[in-house]
Design a protein around this ligand. Structure first.
Ligand code: PMP
Length: 399
């Protein structure tokens, strides 16, 4: 009954784990008096914070003002202008309103880009491991993923985990061919937590310009970054603005996952192509949510700093405790985003299953993100500190 294209992709691994966690929790509700442990879910990339109050207030105001209709396909003018201004001021990319497309979530922007630029058989370079939806979006659009290993940055990894020096011109050259159309970056990174160095970005830029390749730069975690690391957009490098599609959104920075607002910043030709897909699928991003997002950009950024400080506190606890050696697991120190990518010294899928069955702790197996993630699990610390502490305890108790 189903189209062949669906056989190319799997159900989203992270959403599947989240579903499993909810199912397990629901089943235990029916266990009556018998004491069963609460399910602890560390599988989702969703901040546990509430959307900041001033953003919710702006949405209420928009509702009262009757902003409940379709907006223009590319988004409300004020929001597009504010995004362009932010890109100029913070990212050093000289863009205007016509470079900005507001989408129902960053994920939709990624899908629209793949649909807009890939022909059947076009190749797309992905860094291994990568967030799950990049590969699926490539395949749904008829493209062919080509993997380049990049697990830890220079010095971070041990043995073959390392990929000394990170991504380089040579590693990209070994995966590319004349069919390569697009290269996908995501820094700060999900699932590993690395931040690409300026040297790496320079080599990617040089490679992309020389080979006339479009770069998708997913910068959705740009503000969730630690230890004084600075996010740099590859679009600001010489010759890159004309070939870079920056993907970003409000889900992570402002704890707005359910509002569904993201955006792409790209050359007008690409914006136009993506807009066509958007017009014929979702029309526009939700109107009230666009006004809420506008308040996010225009309001005080104190709320972001507070959330990042809390993420950092949790990261420090997890990394310190895991690397203390008591349970023999190892974890790279995430420089950004809110995931710990934990080396389990064995099969990540088996480990995930054991954690689930014996400790009622839900994580995502690293293999969901690519071959390089096989011996790992991803542990999202966008969860309450008390849950993290209990999760670590349960984990230690089963090993
Ligand atoms: N890009 C990356 C790298 C992500 O981790 C996520 C969320 N897990 C998204 C995009 C999707 O964000 P949105 O909610 O804006 O669709």
């Amino acid at each position: 009954m189903l189209a062949r294209r669906l056989s190319r992709v799997e159900e989203s691994a992270t959403m599947k784990m989240g579903h499993l966690a909810r199912q397990l929790e629901a089943e235990s509700q029916g266990e009556g008096e018998r004491k069963v442990k609460r399910v602890l879910n560390f599988s989702l990339g969703e901040p546990d914070f509430k959307t900041p109050k001033h953003i919710c207030e702006a949405a209420k105001k928009a509702l009262d003002a009757g902003e409940t209709h379709y907006t223009s396909g590319a988004g409300i003018e004020e929001l597009r202008a504010e995004i362009a201004a932010k890109m100029r001021a913070e990212n050093g990319v000289e863009v205007e309103v016509e470079n900005v497309l507001v989408t129902p979530g960053a994920k939709q922007a990624i899908y629209e880009l793949m649909m807009a630029v890939l022909d059947d058989g076009d190749e797309v370079v992905l860094l291994d491991p990568s967030w799950v939806s990049f590969e699926s979006a490539v395949k749904l659009a008829g493209g062919v993923p080509k993997w380049v290993r990049r697990l830890g940055a220079a010095g971070e990894g041990e043995g073959e985990d390392g990929g000394e020096g990170g991504v380089s011109y040579e590693s990209l050259a070994s995966a590319a061919s004349e069919k390569t159309k697009l290269l996908v970056l995501n820094s700060p990174n999900n699932p590993v937590g690395y931040v690409l160095s300026e040297r790496e970005l320079r080599e990617v830029a040089e490679f992309a310009v020389e080979h006339d390749i479009i770069v998708l730069s997913d910068e959705i975690y740009e503000r969730i970054i630690y230890d004084g690391r600075r996010h740099v957009s590859i679009a600001s490098f010489d010759g890159m603005q004309e070939r870079t599609v920056v993907i970003n959104g409000f889900s992570k920075t402002y704890a707005m996952t359910g509002w569904r607002v993201g955006y792409a910043v790209a050359p007008p030709e690409i914006v136009g192509g993506m807009l066509k897909i958007q017009q014929h699928s979702v029309t526009c991003a939700p109107s009230v949510s666009q006004f809420a997002a506008l308040a996010g950009l225009q309001g005080s950024q104190e709320c972001v700093a507070e959330m990042v400080a809390e993420f950092k506190r949790r990261r420090d606890v997890i990394v310190k405790r895991l690397n203390a050696g008591a349970v023999g697991l190892r974890c790279l120190n995430p420089e950004g985003a809110f995931y710990a990518f934990v080396n389990v010294n064995g099969d990540g899928e088996e480990f995930t299953e054991r954690l689930l069955k014996e400790a009622r702790v839900v994580v995502t197996p690293g293999s969901a993100f690519g071959e390089a993630g096989r011996g790992f699990v991803r542990f999202s610390y966008a969860a309450a500190m008390e849950d993290i502490l209990e999760g670590l305890e349960r984990l230690e108790s089963i090993i």
